[in-house]
Structures are given as structure tokens and as C-alpha cells.
Ligand binder design. Sequence first.
Ligand code: TUI
Length: 309
Amino acid sequence: MTDLRDLLHIKFPIIQGGMANIATHQLAAAVSNAGGLGLIGSGGWDVERVRDEIRKTKELTSKPFGVNIMLMSPHAENISNMVIEEGIKIITTGAGNPGIYMDKWKRAGMIVIPVVPSVALAKRLERIGADALIVEGTEAGGHIGELTTFTLVPQVSDAVNIPVIAAGGIADSRGLDAAYALGARGVQIGTVLLASEECPVHINYKNKVVGAKDTDTVVTGRNTGAPVRVIKNKMSRQYLELTKNNNIALEELETLTLGSLRKAVFDGDMDFGSIMAGQSAGLVKAVRPVKDILDDIFLHSLVSKDVFK
Ligand code: TUI
């Protein structure tokens, strides 16, 4: 099977999550320069903002980087065309089925790596040309599926013949090794990068991740169709209270959540902002440079000693 490092021309088999409002040119370039695959997140941005981020990333790194297309975004279709114009070579997708775009991206010669939350979607996307799959467990931050990394990664690995990249719950070399033992040939990390020096989120957000313990995340929106894992705060408690009896108008929830991620990311509002992060926040102990985080994950792993072939 193709090694992820050969497929993507990267030094470490580590890719960055395409975190909405967070995965900017600063973070993507830092990850690519450190030997991983940097990603620009497109969630929450229109086509010109994403184009601007792409151009800025090109100025900061000569290494490969990609763009994540958040499929629930109203701008997804326009962004799906713009990335071709900009000569982007690697696409990841999230929060939906990218089937309608696959043909166009493959004809443009792009490497397409969708996030999948199930075996069924994994098989369907392999059949229509996906080059690799990001298999994301419910330990992840932000919008999530139901299954755990530990159960989903081996099941998808058995079901497909393209490289599997594990995501959800991975923040150190033990996570990388565990992912390989389950059949993955790469990992995606997000939460641990929130606490990097180069990450553009407010310092309060970074400190919240560093200070989080094992039980500090919670899933909101389970009964509204968009489950999202966040660090517990006043906002998540209020949200869960309002949705407990299932009789709240969706518009009211919209008002509550509207702009709440931005509140956390830009204003550092830790009470009423939405602090998206995964369960691995409990493993994150300090704010560090991206290069130290990637070196640590790879160089301390058994994978780097070629234990897993
Ligand atoms: O997409 C993510 N994580 C995200 S997106 C995001 S922005 C947002 N904010 C509030 C509500 C919704 C989105 C924050 N975090 N991760 C990748 C991911 N993809 N997780 C789950 C999925 C997924 C779910 C269903 C992928 C495909 C899918 O297919 C359903 C179908 O149509 O077959």
C-alpha cells in the first residue's frame, strides 16, 4: 500500500485537522514547515477569505499543504471550484459526503482525502476515487460521529485498500503507535495543535485546553442532528439545558450558538464561547511550538523505528 509520506511528500505521517476559524495560514504553514501536512480550514469563511489564506500560506512555505472543505458550509461549492483555480493539490473534506465533487477534483489531478464516520461511507468513497480516508472517532473535537477511534479504524482498515488516517483522541506518540496497530498508516491531530504557539486562537482558548482534565469535554447538539464536542462551560450547560426536553425552536438554538465559536477563538470568551476540542485535551500539558509537538509525536513513536510496516 502507498505510504502516506510518499503520497503526500511529507516527512512525518501526521496531518493537521482543518479546524474552522482556526486553521489559518499561520498554523498550516507551521505544520507543513515542521514536516507534517498543514491544512487550511474553510468552515465559517467565504471563497475570497479562503483564497487569501491559500495565497498567504504559499508565501510562508514551499512544502505541501492542503485545504479542508467543510461540506455543511454554504460556500462549499464555490470553494470546491476555487481550490482548482488556485492549483491546490490536496483536499480533505468534513461534515458530509463529498461525492458530488469527487469527479471534478479527480479530473483536476487532486489527491482527495475525505473524513468518514462509518464503514459504509468509507467503501462508497473508495469506489469513487478517494486516495486515502481520515477515519475520525467520536473522541475528536467539533462536529463528530458516533463510533470510537478504537473500533472504527480497524473496521475501515479491513474494508478498504487505500491508506487510513486515524483521527480523534491522538495527541502523542502512544496515540500514533496505537493508530498504526489498528491498521492506520497516518494520523490527523487537532486538539494538541490548539495549544501550539503558532495557533491563532486567543490565549484563553489555549489555556483552557491545557487546563482541561479527562472529563472536561461534553457533546452538545446530539438531538439536533449536529453533535459537537466542546469544553464544558456556561454556554454548553445552557445549551444542554435548553435541548433536554427537545422542545426548543431551532432558531433559538441558532441564536445561542451563532458566532459562539468566533467568540471563543477571537474574544477569548470562555463563558459563552464554543470551545471546540477533543477528549485528548486531558493529554495536553503545555503551549509548545508546532515543531516540538510534531517531533515529539513522531520521534518517540515505535512507528519511527519502523516497527509497523
Ligand atoms: O467536520 C468535522 N469537524 C468539525 S466541522 C465544524 S464546523 C461546525 N460547527 C457546528 C456544527 C457543525 C459544523 C467543527 N468541527 N470533522 C469531520 C467529520 N466529518 N466529523 C463527522 C463527519 C462526517 C459526518 C457525516 C462526515 C461525513 C458524513 O456523512 C454523512 C453522509 O451524508 O453520508
